[in-house]
Design a protein around this ligand. Structure first.
Ligand SMILES: [Zn+2]
Length: 112
């Protein structure tokens, strides 16, 4: 297994940064960035893309193929108990401060 990946960003080699400049005088190029994976087995998205921009460029270019891997044709639902509003009050020397939160709990008794 290789210890590096080339960035998969489709425009990575077009970005004007000095770290991408390679080659000898008179025939310089902007080259796709190399990403060191240090021989790890488990790789994440940032082991294939040098930046969030390159990741976004790839996703926007290939979105139809990416979605085709696991298309979502129906919504998914997680059963929950009726949400409960809770008021929290804190007393300070200069007065009270209160805020409300809504507690949402998964209903494990209902089929998912
Ligand atoms: Zn890149």
């Amino acid at each position: 297994m290789s210890d590096f990946n080339w960035c998969h960003g489709p425009q990575c080699h077009e970005k004007h940064t000095v770290d991408r400049v390679r080659g000898v005088k008179g025939s310089k190029v902007l080259r796709t960035r190399k990403i060191n994976t240090r021989g790890r087995q488990e790789l994440f998205w940032y082991d294939y893309f040098c930046s969030q921009q390159c990741y976004d460029d790839f996703a926007n270019t290939y979105i139809q193929q990416v979605i085709a891997i696991a298309p979502r044709t129906e919504c998914l639902e997680t059963p929950i108990h009726d949400p409960k509003k809770e008021k929290h009050t804190h007393e300070f020397s200069w007065g009270n401060h209160s805020y409300t939160t809504t507690k949402i709990e998964v209903d494990e008794t209902r089929q998912r």
